[in-house]
Write a protein of this length. Structure first.
Ligand SMILES: Nc1nc2c(ncn2[C@@H]2O[C@H](COP(=O)(O)OP(=O)(O)OP(=O)(O)O)[C@@H](O)[C@H]2O)c(=O)[nH]1
Length: 219
């Protein structure tokens, strides 16, 4: 039987509640968009396989639980956060271009990444809801400037109009592949094997905490 993928790894979506993380995920994996907002109370992930540079990459993309995001500093938050960030290879830091507050909070999310994510994790800054031009509070240059400060790539996206969704997911995938070039070179010489980065298992159980299965695709 043909190999289904060469590499398996984990990406995370983080950012304030309501910035559109679940919608970005649903748009990328299922090409769906829903206008209602039901907060993700638990943690959920979706899988998608894409091909980059001739490599079949199966990505497991995790959607952050917003309830924990309001409880920084609490023990429960730290426990859940640690489990969530554990073994991530790539992270999307998402704000909403119509919310200055969500943009300001990116620095808090970056400090969480610094504290909890594995060293060498790849990051991309996303300014979502780019279709909401008349409600814009954060200029594109502000996004570019912040990304530059943190040494990240930057995309303005819209889960609603499908702007830059494939591009941003593909770019983060490329960055992760580049960061694991050595292991990948090994993979090419062992053509029949697949590379499972950081011991990630496809059927891995989700972290502790309340899991809201109804939010798997309710953007
Ligand atoms: N106009 C517009 N609305 C969007 C876009 N992405 C998400 N939304 C809307 O923003 C609201 C919140 O989207 P979610 O994807 O649920 O946000 P979230 O970041 O997952 O929120 P939590 O689960 O609370 O963390 C919903 O009403 C979406 O329809 C976008 O690109 N454009």
């Amino acid at each position: 039987m043909a190999k289904q993928y060469d590499v398996l790894f984990r990406l995370l979506l983080i950012g304030d509640s309501g910035v559109g993380k679940t919608c970005l995920l649903c748009r990328f994996t299922d090409n769906e968009f829903h206008s209602s907002h039901i907060s993700t109370i638990g943690v959920d992930f979706k899988m998608k396989t894409i091909e980059v540079d001739g490599i079949k990459v199966r990505i497991q993309i995790w959607d952050w639980l917003s309830t924990a995001g309001t409880q920084r500093g609490q023990e429960r938050y730290q426990t859940i956060t640690k489990q969530y960030y554990r073994r991530a290879q790539g992270i999307f830091l998402v704000y909403d271009i119509s919310s200055e507050r969500s943009y300001q909070h990116i620095m808090k999310w970056v400090s969480d990444v610094d504290e909890y994510a594995p060293e060498g994790v790849q990051k991309i800054l996303i300014g979502n809801k780019a279709d909401e031009e008349q409600k814009r509070q954060v200029g594109r240059e502000q996004g570019q400037q912040l990304a530059k400060e943190y040494g990240m790539d930057f995309y303005e996206t819209s889960a609603c109009t499908n702007l830059n969704i494939k591009e941003s997911f593909t770019r983060l995938t490329e960055l992760v592949l580049q960061a694991h070039r050595k292991e990948l070179d090994g993979l090419r010489t062992r053509a029949s094997n697949e590379l499972v980065l950081a011991e990630l298992e496809e059927d891995e159980s989700k972290p502790e905490g309340p899991v809201n299965s109804s939010k798997s695709c309710w953007c």
